[in-house]
Write a protein that binds this ligand. Sequence first.
Ligand code: B16
Ligand code: MG
Length: 220
Amino acid sequence: KLQAVLFDLDGVITDTAKYHFIAWKQMAEGIGITIDSEFNESLKGIDRMQSLERILIHGHQEQRYSQAEKEQLAQAKNDEYVALLASLAPEDAYPGIKELLQELKDNGVPAVIASASKNAPLILDALQLTDAFQAIADPQGIPGKPAPDIFLRGAGLVGADPSCCIGIEDAQAGIEAIKAAGMYAVGVGEQRILGPSGADWVLPSTSGLTLRQLLAAAHM
Ligand code: B16
Ligand code: MG
């Protein structure tokens, strides 16, 4: 029986992925590195410092900066990102999300955020969705996706057995994390991108997604 639904944030609840891309692109250009949307796909779900490492490797600059300089680069990116978030409003939640969260609440199924983002509480507040979630798993101090830790921490917060949980993700690393946690994995996006990472079910969008459909797909 279903005990919790764990939601990724960026790319599942709202399209902050586009703001991450703008902010990383700007930071990278500042140090002479060009990133395109295909490369950006490999950053989705990856935490801040790991994303920076990938960008530096992509630009053959992995040896160039000290730890302190890397922290400054990551800080500059985050400042730009947080500035872009100022325009975020409740209508920016993806189609179907509010309705699905309400249905979960009505049926007593806990909804939990399992995001790599340290900005998750800020984003949920801007979307006025904080109260829709029973818990937000803190990404501090645990290995990032594709490690299962953030999903296991999220399940633990509501006392759910991972094998009775459904995880919803937009990123390859996130799907791998859900599967490694032993949960049923729903991918939101393209089968071509999410299929190979092991998603159990891939949907083009959460528009119209219901609890009943989730239960049928996961055989719960
Ligand atoms: P922050 P998710 C992830 O969120 C993003 O997909 C990824 O692009 C970002 O670098 C990461 O959060 C860290 O975010 O810099 O705000 O701490 O998809 O796991 O919800
Ligand atoms: Mg995501």
